[in-house]
Design a binder for this molecule. Structure first.
Ligand SMILES: Cc1cc2nc3c(=O)[nH]c(=O)nc-3n(C[C@H](O)[C@H](O)[C@H](O)COP(=O)(O)OP(=O)(O)OC[C@H]3O[C@@H](n4cnc5c(N)ncnc54)[C@H](O)[C@@H]3O)c2cc1C
Length: 384
C-alpha cells in the first residue's frame, strides 16, 4: 500500500516537516529565498545522506527509503526540490569516481560540510539534445580549461561543488556522438570570480535556478570523474535514480493535493450541503487518487529493479511520467475544489500547483519519455 513502507523513517520526516509550515514556504516564495533552515534540518538529521554508503558516513539505505523520505516531504506540503539533488548527484562520484575522489568528497557530502546540489547538463542551445552541448573542457598539462554556458543549473548558488558535463572532444571527430563527453567535479567556491559566473533566473516557482557561465575556468586534471570521453554513460547511469526519486516526490505532491481537496470538499457547504456530496467534485479527486496509487506502484517497481541492479530505465521513465501526471491531475482537482480560495496564497495550493508543474518538463519532459518507450520498449522507429 502507498505510504506504508519505512514507517519509522516516514514518522521522523513528518515530524521534522511539522516545523516548516505553509507560512514558512509562503514567505520564501514571496522573497524567492532559499529554504536554508529546512535544508539544514534535513542535513543534520542525516536524511540527505540516506544513499551514501555507511563506510563514507551515510546511512547506506536503499533507493526505496530515499523515495519514502522525499515522498513524505512533499506530502507534508514542503518542497524537496530545494535539496533533492544532494541525495543523488553524489551517485556519479560513488559509481564512477576514483578511490581518492570518493574518500575526499563522500564523507563531507554525508556530513553536510560540502553541498553537492548542482548538476550542470542542460545548455540553452542544445536543450534536450544533450550530445550537442557546446561547453568544452580542454586539457592543458595538469589542468582542464572550461568554456561555455549552462542553463537551469539549479541550486548552484547553494552548492560548494558541481557535477559538470562538458565536451572534451568535438562531436564532429568522435565515432559516436555520445563519445567525447566528460564529467567533472568542479569546486565552485574556487571557480567563482575566477571565470565562473552565476546568474539567477526568476521562475514561476521558487526554485533557485541559474545560468552558469564558464570563461576559461581552470580546474585540476584530477577533477575528471572516470575516463575522459565516457561521461555520457556516467550521467545516464544516474538519471534513473533521479527520475525515480522525483516520481516519488510527485506521488507525495499528489497525496498532499488529494488530502487537502477531500478535507475541504467535506467541510465546505454551498447550497446547504457539502460540495463533496456532488459527483462533479468527488470524481476528479477520486480519479487523481487512482492515478496516484497506480503511479506509486510503478515507482515501487522501478525501485525494486534498481535495487536488484537490473535495468530499470523503462520503469524509471514511466514512474516519472505517471507520477507527474498524477500530481498535476491532483493539483488541478485541488484548485477546482477550492474555487476562489485555491488561488489564495494562504492555502498553499497555488504554490504547490506551480511547484509540481515543473515535473512535466524537468528533469526530462513527457515527450522524451514517450519517445523512449516507443523506440526502446515498443521497437518503433526513432523519431528524432
Ligand atoms: C526549474 C528548472 C530546473 C532545472 N534544473 C536543472 C538542473 O539542475 N540541471 C540541468 O542540467 N537541467 C535542469 N533543468 C533543465 C531541464 O532538464 C530541461 O528544461 C528539460 O530537460 C527540457 O529541456 P529544454 O528546456 O531545453 O527543452 P527543449 O529541449 O528545447 O524542448 C522544448 C519542448 O520540445 C519538446 N521536444 C524537444 N525535442 C522533441 C522531440 N524530438 N520529440 C518530441 N518533443 C520534443 C520537449 O519535450 C519540450 O516540451 C531544469 C529546468 C527547469 C525549468
Amino acid at each position: 500500500m502507498a505510504f506504508d513502507d519505512y514507517p519509522e523513517i516516514r514518522a521522523e520526516v513528518r515530524k521534522l516537516c511539522n516545523d516548516f509550515p505553509g507560512t514558512y514556504w509562503q514567505k520564501l516564495d514571496r522573497d524567492m529565498a532559499y529554504p536554508t533552515d529546512f535544508v539544514q534540518a534535513l542535513t543534520v538529521n542525516g536524511w540527505l545522506a540516506a544513499l551514501i554508503p555507511e563506510e563514507f558516513g551515510g546511512a547506506g539505505l536503499p533507493l526505496s527509503a530515499a523515495a519514502a523520505i522525499l515522498q513524505e516531504i512533499q506530502a507534508a506540503g514542503c518542497n524537496g526540490g530545494a535539496c533533492h539533488a544532494q541525495m543523488y548527484t553524489m551517485g556519479t562520484v560513488l559509481r564512477h569516481g576514483s578511490d581518492a575522489q570518493k574518500a575526499e568528497y563522500l564523507p563531507k557530502i554525508a556530513s553536510g560540510e560540502l553541498r553537492l546540489q548542482a548538476f550542470g547538463v542542460t545548455e540553452p542551445t542544445s536543450g534536450t539534445d544533450t550530445t550537442s552541448i557546446r561547453t568544452t573542457a580542454r586539457r592543458d598539462g595538469d589542468k582542464y580549461i572550461i568554456n561555455g554556458q549552462k542553463i537551469w543549473t539549479s541550486r548552484a548558488e547553494h552548492s560548494d561543488v558541481m557535477v559538470l558535463l562538458a565536451r572534451t572532444e568535438s562531436k564532429e571527430t568522435v565515432a559516436k556522438k555520445t563519445d567525447g563527453l566528460s564529467v567533472f567535479i568542479l569546486d565552485m567556491k574556487k571557480a567563482l570570480n575566477n571565470g565562473l559566473t552565476l546568474r539567477p533566473i526568476r521562475t514561476m516557482m521558487n526554485h533557485a535556478t541559474t545560468e552558469v557561465f564558464f570563461d576559461n575556468v581552470e580546474i585540476p586534471a584530477d577533477a575528471l570523474i572516470g575516463e575522459e570521453g565516457k561521461g555520457f554513460r556516467y550521467i545516464l547511469s544516474g538519471m534513473n535514480a533521479e527520475r525515480i526519486l522525483i516520481a516519488a516526490e510527485c506521488v507525495g505532491d499528489a497525496k498532499w493535493f488529494i488530502d487537502t481537496a477531500s478535507a475541504y470538499a467535506k467541510d465546505r457547504s454551498v447550497f446547504g450541503r457539502p460540495i463533496g456530496q456532488n459527483q462533479g467534485i468527488q470524481f476528479p479527486i477520486a480519479k487523481a487518487y487512482a492515478q496516484m496509487r497506480a503511479a506509486d506502484l510503478m515507482v515501487r517497481d522501478a525501485c525494486r529493479l534498481y535495487e536488484a541492479g537490473e535495468n530499470c530505465a523503462a520503469e524509471a521513465n514511466m514512474a516519472k511520467m505517471l507520477a507527474a501526471d498524477a500530481s498535476w491531475a491532483a493539483a488541478e482537482a485541488c484548485v477546482q475544489t477550492h474555487g476562489g480560495f485555491g488561488f489564495a496564497e494562504e492555502y498553499n495550493i497555488e504554490r504547490k500547483f506551480r511547484e509540481t508543474r515543473l515535473y512535466q518538463v524537468a528533469p526530462i519532459s513527457t515527450n522524451l519519455i514517450l519517445s523512449y518507450l516507443a523506440e526502446h520498449v515498443l521497437g518503433m522507429p526513432r523519431s528524432y
